[in-house]
Design a protein around this ligand. Structure first.
Ligand code: GLN
Ligand code: ZN
Length: 771
């Protein structure tokens, strides 16, 4: 009998109940007990949903108030010393406040402790809290969440499979906070805690335990690789007969295949969506004692599964191993997809035909079950019907005129190197632009957005609700834009922006105007803690039916004699922050978006906007997990940007912007984008990030290193910014430097914005005078 296995379930609730409860608790509006109740209800609902869907191996301990890595930090007692001062200050009844202090920092009654650092969970948009390790790090079992949740489910009559973050992955996810040791060497100290965890779960009656080791599917060094066998020998002994499942995901095993297949465990889970081609080589080597859990239903995207394709894989495995040794599963935890498609009913933003191509978490459970039944062969009438419907949906996706636009495909297929290359080299463009704009060295500008005040958000909400007319809304936006232009003139900024008041979000705004996009009402996915995002869905060939930004940019330009920058989001960032179609390569979709952005760039040019910024903050985060795949990605990502920005006049100045990221290893690719100006976030690193631009490889075009951090309301002094600019000047020639904040000013208030920009312009003038 083929068993069905689920790795993890979304936990914010179908309508973000946990987000709301967490935030109320933080605001001291509800008690700890009330928060715990909301959490228990969510867990109960999730378990029941999975049970009803016929899932055999239902996860527990996949719930988290904030983050599953943080949960483990508390479980193994890796609590950094700076939190010690809190231990007797806060309510420790349920450990909740200590937990949230690690997640969010703690500022109260004169106590001020910073949060743990946050970073991306592999190549997803989910962020985890980075464990911090010291040389003499000790570990100690300090939370029994894993056991409590297992018992809680049991009390509800549901047998679950506790999920444990694997010890090697846990260490690799963390960071050394002092010199002189390698965190992986802490493994011997950590293992005893894991032995305790497994022992307790075994004693409580757990039949299976899932140990997540996603690093087994990544590039790891030989030393780490060789640790896996010995670590799992110990875990196996501690599990005392309880069966162990090792879960890998987000990549194929590749060079770690032998290591993973020979672990002394009972079940190995494989991501067959990302690693589809590797089933053959795996099957040839599976030892007789091992069961495979096949991750055939994509846990990271929202498309209906292609049953015929998945059945092909499952049958191949069944032929090799027999039904008892093959499980059916989603590729990864379902944390990364929205809750339930049944909660979507907005025909306008999500047409029924498109909806019929989608599956959210709940629907994916049904798919897993269907596939198990179909592969088993004893098919009831209902499953047969669903199989038929699945085939029809797949066929409709292959042929629907909603998706397929021959003109777009043809235009994309015919992109030439010429389309991705500017007419002249940077040096002569720079001359032409100098003649056109006459800007000084240390030219000042901002990144695009100005404060999105309550008023601005209210106009947008009122327009949506129908409480104000389009004319009223436009009038408000026009007035706010004009005020912002006047302010920038007054501040004596050189290159102005219109302020982006008409935009809710830098991707959604474009998605709403591009063809090929759909939107959900409740398609929330956890990004970090209580923050959720609702990624738009790219379902079809993307093109630009009409102008997207020309109106407000041209209006702003009409108000002033100074140049106003047009403001666009780049193709890679639009791709990266959306759910992307899986029926063509990501690169093809990106090129389609690039052509749509190019059309907008040219429309702006025609309207007299000759400085155009194309934001690409997500270039870095799109990097594939495996080194071997990165070059290919960088090639098409850079080329897409160039397609969106090359077919312009020499004296049209293209800017790009990227937020905080390490540029060292990709600086040549960033340079290959060939933007005339790049603005980057550098102030938080005291210009250290600039070193990448001035190392052996010298970045050739203009650079605007951010001179102040926009994430805090703090107003920096002129001197601080002068200091930073002098540091910048020491590594980058003055003629190449621009002066700007780190990022957009959207989240700031007006008073601090004015004060900071005033000092910034002053700093630029001081530097000019020094030259
Ligand atoms: N132009 C955008 C803004 O200023 C850029 C935002 C970003 O880099 N994330 O808001
Ligand atoms: Zn930014």
């Amino acid at each position: 009998m083929l068993l069905t296995n689920n790795l993890g379930y979304p936990r914010v609730g179908a309508f973000r109940e946990l987000k709301k409860a967490n935030e109320s608790y933080w605001a001291k509006k509800i008690s700890a007990e009330e928060l715990l109740n909301v959490a228990a209800e969510i867990r109960k609902g999730n378990w029941k949903t999975q049970k009803d869907a016929g899932i055999d191996l239902i996860p527990s301990n996949d719930f988290s108030f904030y983050d599953q890595v943080l949960d483990f930090t508390l479980t193994v007692g890796a609590i950094p010393a700076r939190y010690n001062s809190l231990l007797n200050k806060i309510d420790r009844k349920y450990n909740l406040d200590l937990y949230f202090a690690l997640a969010r920092g703690f500022q109260e009654d004169g106590v001020d402790v910073t949060a743990q650092e946050m970073t991306k969970w592999f190549d997803t948009n989910y962020h985890y809290l980075v464990p911090e390790f010291t040389k003499n790090q000790e570990f100690k079992l300090t939370s029994e969440k894993f056991l409590n949740e297992y018992n809680e489910a049991k009390g509800l009559g549901i047998e679950t499979k506790p999920v444990v973050l694997g010890p090697i992955t846990y260490l690799l996810l963390g960071k050394e906070k002092e010199e002189g040791f390698n965190r992986i060497d802490l493994i011997d100290k950590l293992i005893p805690v894991y032995e305790e965890i497994l022992g307790k779960l075994a004693a409580a009656g757990a039949k299976y335990i899932q140990i997540d080791e996603p690093f087994l599917a990544l590039d790891i060094d030989e030393k780490t690789k060789s640790l896996y066998a010995s670590v799992f020998e110990k875990l196996k002994a501690a599990a005392n007969g309880t069966k162990l499942i090792v879960a890998t995901y987000f990549e194929a095993l590749r060079d770690n295949e032998d290591t993973a297949l020979n672990l002394p465990v009972d079940v190995l889970h494989l991501d067959l969506v990302r690693g589809e081609n590797h089933l053959d080589t795996v099957l040839a080597k599976v030892p007789a004692s091992l069961t495979l859990s096949l991750g055939v239903v994509e846990g990271r995207n929202i498309w209906k599964n292609d049953y015929e394709k998945s059945l092909g894989l499952i049958k191949k495995a069944v032929d090799a191993l027999g039904k008892d040794r093959v499980w059916v599963a989603p590729s990864s935890s379902l944390l990364h997809v929205p809750f339930d498609l049944d909660n979507e009913d907005n025909e306008e933003s999500l047409p029924a035909e498109v909806k019929n191509w989608l599956a959210f978490a709940k629907q994916k459970l049904a798919e897993v079950k269907d596939l198990a039944i179909l592969a088993e062969g004893e098919v009831d009438a209902k499953t047969a019907e669903r199989f038929e419907a699945n085939k029809q949906a797949a066929e409709s996706r292959r042929t629907s005129p909603l998706i397929h636009k021959p003109e777009v495909k043809e235009r994309t297929a015919n992109i030439t190197d010429d389309d991705a290359t500017r007419t002249s080299k940077f040096a002569s463009r720079k001359e032409a632009q100098k003649a056109k704009f006459g800007l000084p060295d240390f030219a000042t500008t901002t990144i695009g957005s100005f404060p999105q005040t309550k008023d601005v958000r209210k106009w947008r909400a009122d327009l949506k609700k129908g409480a104000i007319t389009q004319e009223q809304y436009d009038k408000e936006i026009a007035e706010e834009t004009e005020r912002t232009i006047r302010l920038q003139e007054q501040l004596d900024i050189d290159v102005l922006v219109h302020g982006e008041f008409e935009r809710n979000d830098m991707v959604e705004y474009f998605g709403e105007q591009l063809a090929g996009y759909a939107f959900t009402k409740n398609g929330w996915v956890q990004s970090y803690g209580s923050r959720c995002v609702k990624p738009p869905i790219i379902f079809g060939d993307v093109y630009r039916p009409s102008d997207m930004t020309v109106r407000w940019s041209a209006y702003a330009q009409s108000l002033t004699g100074r140049p106003v920058k047009g403001m666009l989001t780049g193709p890679v960032t639009i791709l990266q922050w959306s759910f992307v179609r899986n029926d063509q390569p990501r690169s093809t979709t990106t090129y389609q978006i690039a052509l749509a952005i190019l059309d907008e760039v040219q429309a702006l040019e025609k309207a007299g906007i000759k400085i155009i910024q194309i934001d690409e903050p997500a270039i870095r985060e799109g990097l594939p997990l495996r080194k071997a795949d990165q070059k290919d990605y960088l090639n098409w990502a850079v080329r897409s940007f160039r397609v969106s920005s090359s077919n312009v006049d020499d004296d049209t100045q293209i800017h790009t912007h990227m937020c905080y990221s390490e540029f060292n290893d990709i600086i040549e690719d960033i340079a290959a984008m060939d933007a005339d100006v790049i603005t980057i976030e550098t102030s938080r690193s005291q210009m250290e990030l600039l070193d990448a631009f001035a190392a052996d490889f010298k970045y050739p075009n203009d650079i605007g290193p951010g001179v102040y951090d926009i994430h805090s309301p703090r107003v920096p002094s002129t001197e601080e910014m002068v200091d930073l600019l002098r540091k910048a000047k020491a590594v980058v020639p003055a003629e190449q430097l621009w002066v700007n904040p780190d990022c957009g000013l959207k989240t700031r208030a007006w008073p601090e914005t004015k004060a900071a920009l005033e000092s910034m312009v002053e700093a630029a003038k001081i530097l000019r005078a020094e030259a």
